[in-house]
Design a protein around this ligand. Structure first.
Ligand SMILES: [Zn+2]
Length: 80
């Protein structure tokens, strides 16, 4: 029986990006980015200090991009 056993299809997952980010407000790693792809909308919320931010996102943006924008906005003091 020289038949090669077919390997189970295995697709490596895409490069893993962290799902939880560091909150620029309290420093805890509990900032979650939720994305509503249908509406191109992103919601960020920290589970520790409760800070939250939502924004429209561009089709090419990833969670990390939205997160970076959030940090920029936060650092510039434009966050209310
Ligand atoms: Zn926080």
């Amino acid at each position: 029986m020289g038949r090669r056993r077919r390997r189970k299809e295995f697709r490596p997952p895409p490069r893993k990006l962290p799902k939880i980010y560091t909150c620029p407000s309290c420093g805890a790693q509990t900032l979650v980015v939720k994305i509503d792809k249908k509406n191109m909308y992103a919601i960020l919320k920290c589970g520790t200090c409760g800070i939250s931010w939502n924004t429209d996102m561009k089709p090419y943006e990833e969670k990390i991009d939205v997160y970076n924008r959030f940090v920029d906005v936060f650092m510039s003091g434009e966050l209310t």
